[in-house]
Design a protein around this ligand. Structure first.
Ligand SMILES: [Fe+2]
Length: 202
């Protein structure tokens, strides 16, 4: 029911924009196209699977199909653990809800693709290469006006490593932690693990 009555082809590059546009989210479709292209380019640069990265990029934001006010209840009904931070800010749940939508709705079976979709907003501890690629692609191709303020630093860090670029973005958030509506524990875990930071985020 979340995908509407669009006839799917099995190709997310066609199916995701068709469904998102039909359901009234053309801007999300455009953002997904941008993320898919960035993810593919990053994957090729850092020896990840380009096709998997592209698929995850297309599908990462299909959680947008579920209205905000239904996300907490639906996540619980689908057996997805809801953290206190997610109950407070259901927007963040779109990453977890996108996993069953990608699997059951769009037929994605690849565990690595589903993992990258499921942590694209916050990252997580023990993140895989594809998780980092899609996380960064989403930050490079952000869905707000103008270029992201951290973009130049992030691109410079990419000349060193993927992890250095992840830490540029996580540091950017760390400096603004007092202004964030919630600080997701997966993000804190990734920050501590990858960026060698021991501070508390509270
Ligand atoms: Fe996104």
């Amino acid at each position: 029911m979340w995908l509407g009555d669009v006839a799917l082809t099995g190709d997310p590059a066609q199916d995701v924009p068709a469904v998102l546009t039909a359901r009234g989210y053309p801007q999300t479709a455009a953002h997904c196209a941008h993320v898919a292209a960035e993810a593919k380019a990053l994957a090729e640069r850092f020896a990840a699977d380009g096709r998997a990265a592209e698929w995850a990029g297309w599908l990462h934001d299909v959680g947008a199909l579920i209205p905000l006010e239904q996300r907490v209840a639906l996540a619980r009904a689908w057996g997805i653990g809801v953290l206190p931070e997610e109950a407070r800010l259901p927007m963040i749940l779109h990453q977890k809800l996108a996993v069953p939508l990608a699997r059951e709705g769009f037929g994605v079976r690849e565990v690595a693709v589903l993992s990258a979709i499921g942590c694209h907003t916050t990252l997580k501890s023990d993140a895989a290469l594809l998780d980092k690629v899609v996380f960064l692609a989403d930050k490079i191709a952000w869905d707000q006006e103008g270029p992201p303020p951290y973009l130049a630093s992030l691109r410079a860090a990419l000349t060193h490593s993927l992890d250095a670029a992840v830490c540029v973005y996580l540091n950017y958030l760390w400096e603004r932690r007092a202004t964030l509506p919630v600080v997701h524990p997966w993000l804190v875990a990734a920050y501590r693990q990858l960026c060698g930071v021991a501070q508390s985020w509270s």
